[in-house]
Design a protein around this ligand. Structure first.
Ligand SMILES: [Fe+2]
Length: 386
């Protein structure tokens, strides 16, 4: 019995610590849900504020990002940010380099600063320490932010009492440092992926332009107008971006059309036109092969549909056609009308727009025509250089 009471007494502080850890982790999990949608600056701010709030001993703190060879502050609590910015320090400087660069895993470390060695710091730096209150007599809990084993940043929390930080606080900071590191890693992967997609898109666009001389510049102009329309129509950023990508690739299926038909001077025969019409299905086939391009493939497939159902390839109408496809369709039609063709000279933007207005509700979606007219009037008929 006596021994059992003894064990309980030993466990109680541990249990209390476990409870607090559990509560802390619950807060972290709650906050995680929104984090993935944030951009880097927002995410870092959220994460920094969150860890600062969770570590009770933290009286001041700062988050640094490695820019070139220097750690630069991004956020701070309790310090004058401008003053802190003057303290940007190099990778090989200060107290943090030893632990951080030696170990490839992510951990949190605590150090007690009892004084600053005048031999190690310039008088200006010591003066900044004095103004910041970090000359001596405090504990710093810090952890690196790492991406693929390389330090990208640093998170530091300071306590100015004699007690320093608890082991739980160290665990919490370690957890956050890993979380932030993971976020950085994901962002890096996203950037690589975006670059990869951009390369694919560029390669496809140049392939189209080699095949079909008249489209030179056409895809890019259609993108500009489509994106402006999409934005003004109040579509989400994701939809605007999707429409932009579909707009640049909408005619990729022309790669499968014989070049003598594409380059034929003069009007096409009925049979030739039927072959050209196949480019929408080809576009869908090519684009749907790219992972993540399923919706973009659909927008390209439907870009020649009309609001009244008299378009192709399906001849569907109204809301059955993806809205983004109508946006691209209008931008495409405008650019085609205002470009020279072997069988007719380019129309003026005014002439093209009167045709677009006439086509509202028949060829074009009325809401898109309305917004297109607004943009056209605002820009006084000049739709170049979006
Ligand atoms: Fe087309």
């Amino acid at each position: 019995m006596a021994s059992s009471i003894g064990r309980d007494e030993e466990r109680t502080p541990k249990r209390r610590e476990d409870d607090r850890l559990y509560d802390n982790i619950s807060v972290i999990i709650d906050s995680l849900e929104g984090l993935g949608k944030l951009d880097k600056a927002e995410f870092l701010k959220e994460a920094f504020e969150s860890v600062f709030g969770l570590i009770p001993e933290a009286q001041k703190g700062s988050l640094y990002e490695l820019v070139g060879e220097q750690y630069r502050p991004v956020f701070c609590r309790g310090y004058d940010f401008d003053l802190l910015s003057r303290l940007a320090f190099g990778v090989a400087e200060a107290f943090i380099d030893f632990h951080i660069e030696r170990d490839s895993s992510i951990d949190a470390f605590e150090t007690r600063i009892t004084g600053r060695d005048p031999a190690h710091f310039s008088p200006e730096t010591l003066e900044i320490f004095r103004k910041l209150g970090t000359l001596s007599g405090f504990s710093s809990l810090y952890a690196p932010i790492k991406v693929e084993g390389k330090t990208q940043g640093l998170i530091c929390l300071e306590n100015f009492s004699d007690d320093g930080f608890s082991s739980l606080s160290r665990k919490v900071l370690k957890f956050y440092a890993r979380l932030i590191s993971q976020f950085y890693t994901q962002k890096l992967q996203q950037e690589r992926e975006t670059r990869r997609y951009k390369e694919i898109v560029d390669a496809l666009v140049s392939a189209i332009e080699v095949m079909d001389k008249y489209t030179e510049g056409h895809s890019h102009r259609v993108v500009g107008f489509s994106r402006s329309l999409a934005k003004r129509l109040g579509l989400s950023d994701a939809e605007v971006s999707e429409i932009g990508t579909a707009a640049i690739l909408h005619d990729v299926g022309k790669l499968g059309i014989p070049s003598d038909i594409l380059r034929k001077p003069g009007r096409l025969t009925k049979e030739e036109f039927a072959i050209v019409q196949m480019h929408t299905a080809n576009s869908r086939k090519i684009l749907s092969e790219i992972q993540g391009f399923e919706r973009i493939a659909e927008l390209a497939y439907y870009h020649h549909e009309r609001f009244d159902g008299k378009g192709y390839p399906e001849g569907i109408s109204g809301d059955a056609v993806p809205f983004g496809a109508y946006v691209i369709g209008l931008a495409d039609a405008f650019d085609a009308m205002t470009s020279n063709r072997s069988y007719r000279p380019a129309m003026t933007p005014d002439q093209a727009f009167s045709i677009i207005k006439e086509g509202s509700g028949s060829q074009f979606h009325p809401r898109i025509v309305e917004v297109a007219v607004t943009i056209f009037n605002e820009r006084q008929g000049n739709l170049d250089g979006f």
